[in-house]
Design a protein around this ligand. Structure first.
Ligand SMILES: Nc1nc2c(ncn2[C@@H]2O[C@H](COP(=O)(O)OP(=O)(O)OP(=O)(O)O)[C@@H](O)[C@H]2O)c(=O)[nH]1
Ligand SMILES: [Mg+2]
Length: 304
C-alpha cells in the first residue's frame, strides 16, 4: 500500500485578509431572517481559543456524523476522552443532543448517523489537555445540493461565520467527498465551487486541509487481496470531483517538486450498513485502519 505521508509544513493557503464578522453577518442573517433559529444559532461559546477546530465539511448524507462516531470510538479505545462540549451552547435541546451523542458512542446497537441532525462541538482530550475540537453540523449548513447555486463563501450560518472568521484557533477543514455520490455532475461542480470559494476567502495560512473520500467500500475496484489501494482511491476521488485537487495545488516552485498539493488525502469507510427487512439498518463499524489513518493525518495537521 502506498505511503500517504504528505508534509504540509510550509503550507501557504489563502489570503490573510479575513473580513470581520460585522462585514458579513448581514448576509448570513438575511438568509434565514424569517426563522427563529438565527438567534439560537448565534448563541455559541468557545472557551478554548487554542485547540484546533476540526470541521467535518460535507453535503447531507456524505457521512460526517458517522465519521465522527467511528473516529471517537477508535480514540476512546486508545485512551482518549471524547466528549461533547456542554458549554458550547446554552439551550436545553443542546444538552439533549450531547446526551444523544454519548449514547451513540456507547451503544453496540445499530446506529443511524442522522440521529445527530444538529450541530455539536466535541472535545478530544488526552491527559487533561484538549488535543482538538471537532465540529459536527448538518450538511445543509455547508452545502445544500437542493440549492447548488449557493456557492458563495459569504453565506454561512451565523455560528459557522463566527467560528470560521472570528476565532484565532487553527481550523482543519476536512472536506468530505463521497465515492459514487449519486447526484448530477453540475451539483458536484457546485460543491467543488463552494470549496474553491472557501479556500480563497476563508482559509488562513495557519489552517490545514484534509480531503476525506468516504464510502470507499462502495468501490470494489479499489481493493486488491482485501487491501485498499490508496493511490487508486485518490485518483478515483480526483476523477469524481473534477478540479478539487487543483484548488490546493502547491504554488511554491521548490516544494511543489515533491509535494504537488497542500492537502492530505484520507480514504475512509465509517462502517457497513445492512438493510433489515422493515427495521433500522444494522451498523457494523469499519476496520480500524480507517480511523487510524484519519487520526494520523489529523495529528499531522494539529502539530505541523
Ligand atoms: N456504504 C457506506 N455508507 C455509508 C458510509 N458512511 C455513511 N454511510 C451511509 O450514509 C448515511 C448518512 O451518514 P451520516 O453520517 O448520517 O451523514 P451526514 O453527513 O452526517 O448527514 P447529515 O447529518 O444529513 O448532513 C448512513 O446512514 C449510511 O447509510 C460508509 O462508509 N459506507
Ligand atoms: Mg450528520
Amino acid at each position: 500500500m502506498k505511503d500517504i505521508d504528505l508534509n504540509v509544513d510550509d503550507i501557504n493557503i489563502g489570503e490573510e485578509t479575513i473580513p470581520t464578522i460585522d462585514t458579513v453577518s448581514d448576509d448570513a442573517v438575511n438568509e434565514d431572517s424569517n426563522t427563529t433559529s438565527v438567534i439560537d444559532e448565534d448563541d455559541i461559546k468557545i472557551g478554548d481559543k487554542k485547540a484546533p477546530i476540526v470541521m467535518l465539511f460535507g453535503p447531507p448524507t456524505s457521512g460526517k456524523s458517522m465519521t465522527l462516531v467511528r473516529l471517537a470510538r477508535y480514540l476512546r479505545k486508545l485512551g482518549y476522552t471524547v466528549k461533547a462540549d456542554k458549554t458550547f451552547k446554552a439551550d436545553d435541546t443542546y444538552e439533549e443532543r450531547c446526551a444523544k451523542f454519548h449514547k451513540n458512542l456507547n451503544t453496540t446497537e445499530a446506529l443511524l448517523g442522522n440521529a445527530l441532525n444538529e450541530f455539536l462541538m466535541v472535545k478530544v482530550i488526552n491527559h487533561g489537555t484538549t488535543v482538538c475540537q471537532i465540529l459536527e453540523a448538518p450538511g445543509e449548513h455547508y452545502f445544500n445540493p437542493k440549492k447548488p447555486e449557493e456557492i458563495s463563501a459569504r453565506n454561512f450560518r451565523p455560528y459557522l461565520t463566527q467560528i470560521i472568521r472570528n476565532l484565532p484557533n487553527r481550523k482543519i477543514w476536512v472536506y468530505i467527498t463521497e465515492a459514487e455520490w449519486n447526484v448530477h455532475a453540475s451539483v458536484k461542480d457546485s460543491y467543488v465551487g463552494r470549496i474553491r470559494n472557501c479556500k480563497h476567502q476563508l482559509l488562513r495560512n495557519s489552517d490545514r486541509v484534509v480531503i476525506l473520500y468516504n464510502k470507499v467500500d462502495q468501490k470494489e475496484e479499489l481493493f486488491e487481496d482485501g487491501k485498499l489501494h490508496v493511490s487508486s482511491a485518490e485518483k478515483a476521488m480526483k476523477d469524481e470531483y473534477e478540479g478539487l485537487s487543483s484548488i490546493f495545488k502547491n504554488p511554491n516552485p521548490i516544494t511543489s517538486l515533491w509535494r504537488r498539493y497542500n492537502y492530505r488525502f484520507v480514504p475512509f469507510c465509517t462502517g457497513y450498513y445492512t438493510k433489515q427487512v422493515g427495521g433500522k439498518p444494522k451498523y457494523n463499524e469499519s476496520e480500524e485502519m480507517y480511523p487510524k489513518l484519519l487520526w494520523n493525518q489529523l495529528m499531522k495537521c494539529i502539530k505541523g
